[in-house]
Design a protein around this ligand. Structure first.
Ligand SMILES: N=CN[C@@H](CCC(=O)O)C(=O)O
Ligand SMILES: [Zn+2]
Length: 428
């Protein structure tokens, strides 16, 4: 279907992040948002056709621009559509009773080891029909969109048997087709040791390596392969086996690393050539150094530390040590049931010492690189997908300062307006 050209005019700030499509931003570069004041963005055929002043764009696209629908962004800022590089959005059920248990002193791992946590959601996800799974997950996608998010990564990992892992991955593919948000899939069979294999975890590792990973790869069901490398879940040795086996089949490694205890997950990420290591609350200095040296992106999830009442990852130190940082909600029913990436950005500044500009880089271009999409999304540059978010604030500092609010005014996905005045306007 052909879409009408669009022109965004009069924006107080266009946060372009131009020049960073080849690799993630590091150190001081994360502060350089490449802002265009009183800027204009011209969108044609789903792509960004031009960025500049109105006069500059008119001199190139004069006639075509006359046909364009105008969006007046006076008093507002334009950002690249936000990118969430770590979610568990496809699941069934909810776990508020565990929240209550944690408020009364139980820990996340105690709950999981007693058959709750990931196991509880696995039970619900196994029971859910494909339609139920899609319906429940689609509501969360709508909320993501309303918070300015245009692309997310989504993991399996609430099946822990092939039938349900496959169901989750197929649900993600279906949602990708039916919803404006683009979904990039990760296989995470190694999310927990299922009860059936508690006495013989290595047999589950073998099942993942010998049966599940080949089927994921043959069926083109995912691009990434993730492991929860944590004491009591998968050891670094088991994690390494699973990640290298996936890599041989073309699945790019990702790791849930050093979340609850220091466990050399960051070091492992560097060793196996992971695209990212995520969480990193307890990462060692040596692990941070090795990730920085090996260009592994640190995906930080401050919503999880907030919700688990844990110490936050050392984001400031990581940036200063040369690691590229991305930010994510970790959207899942246990440790971070949130879709608000803007709130995660606020937390990153208030609790991990990132500047508001660094938080924007981390939730746009660096997040895009953490899912191998830096070449097509994450910045406002000619030729990239027209995925844009207009926030109802006059400058980006106010996005950080006025915390806990949803400032999303307009979302444009592939050149189409999908959120207008803070409401979804394109129903799929
Ligand atoms: N820590 C492991 N996995 C998820 C939580 C999953 C859950 O509790 O359901 C995470 O990234 O936080
Ligand atoms: Zn996770």
């Amino acid at each position: 279907m052909e879409t009408k050209p669009l022109i965004i005019k009069n924006a107080e700030q266009v946060i372009t992040l131009k020049g960073s499509s080849k690799g993630p931003l590091k150190k001081g570069k994360m502060n350089d948002l490449q802002i265009l004041k009183n800027g204009c963005v011209f969108i044609n055929e789903g792509k960004i056709a031009g960025v500049g002043t109105e006069e500059e764009l008119a001199s190139v696209y004069g006639e075509l621009m006359k046909e364009a629908e105008i969006i007046d962004a006076r008093g507002k800022i334009v950002l690249p559509g936000l990118v969430d590089p770590h979610t568990h959005v496809v699941y069934a059920g909810s776990r508020e009773e565990e929240y209550n248990m944690r408020l009364n002193g139980s820990t996340y791992m105690e709950i999981m080891n007693n058959g709750g946590g990931i196991h509880a959601t696995t039970g619900k996800t196994r029971e859910a029909s494909m339609d139920e799974l899609i319906e429940q997950s689609k509501k969360r996608l709508d909320s993501f969109l309303l918070h300015g998010v245009t692309t997310i990564e989504a993991k399996s990992g609430y099946g822990l048997d092939w039938e349900t892992e496959r169901k989750q991955l197929l649900a993600a593919q279906e949602l990708n087709k039916m919803h404006p948000i683009d979904i990039v899939s990760t296989f995470m069979g190694a999310h927990a040791i299922p009860a059936e294999y508690k006495k013989n975890p290595d047999a589950f590792v073998d099942l993942i390596i010998e049966e599940m990973l080949p089927k994921v790869s043959e069926g083109k069901l995912a691009e990434f392969n993730d492991v929860f490398c944590e004491r009591g879940v998968f050891t670094p040795e088991q994690s390494k086996k699973i990640l290298l086996a996936g890599k041989k089949l073309g699945l790019i490694p990702k790791i849930h690393a050093d979340e609850i205890e220091p466990y050399e997950g960051a070091e492992l990420a560097a060793e196996v050539g992971a695209i990212s290591a995520d969480h990193l609350l307890k990462a060692s200095d040596e692990g941070i150094k090795r990730m920085a040296e090996n260009d592994v992106i640190g995906v930080l999830l401050p919503g999880t530390a907030f919700f688990l009442m844990a110490e936050f990852a050392a984001g400031r130190k990581m940036i200063d040590m040369g690691m590229s940082i991305a930010l994510s909600t970790d959207c899942n029913p246990g440790s971070s049931p949130s879709v608000s990436l803007p709130f995660i950005m606020n937390l990153a500044s208030l609790k991990m010492g990132l500047t508001p500009a660094e938080a924007i880089s981390a939730a746009t271009i660096n997040a895009a690189h953490a899912i191998n999409r830096g070449h097509e999304i994450g910045s406002i540059e000619t030729g990239k997908k027209a995925d844009l978010t207009i926030m109802n604030v006059p400058n980006y500092m106010k996005l950080s300062y006025h915390y806990g609010m949803n400032h999303t005014d307009t979302v444009i996905k592939n050149g189409e307006i999908v959120v207008k005045d803070g409401l979804i306007c394109k129903r799929t």
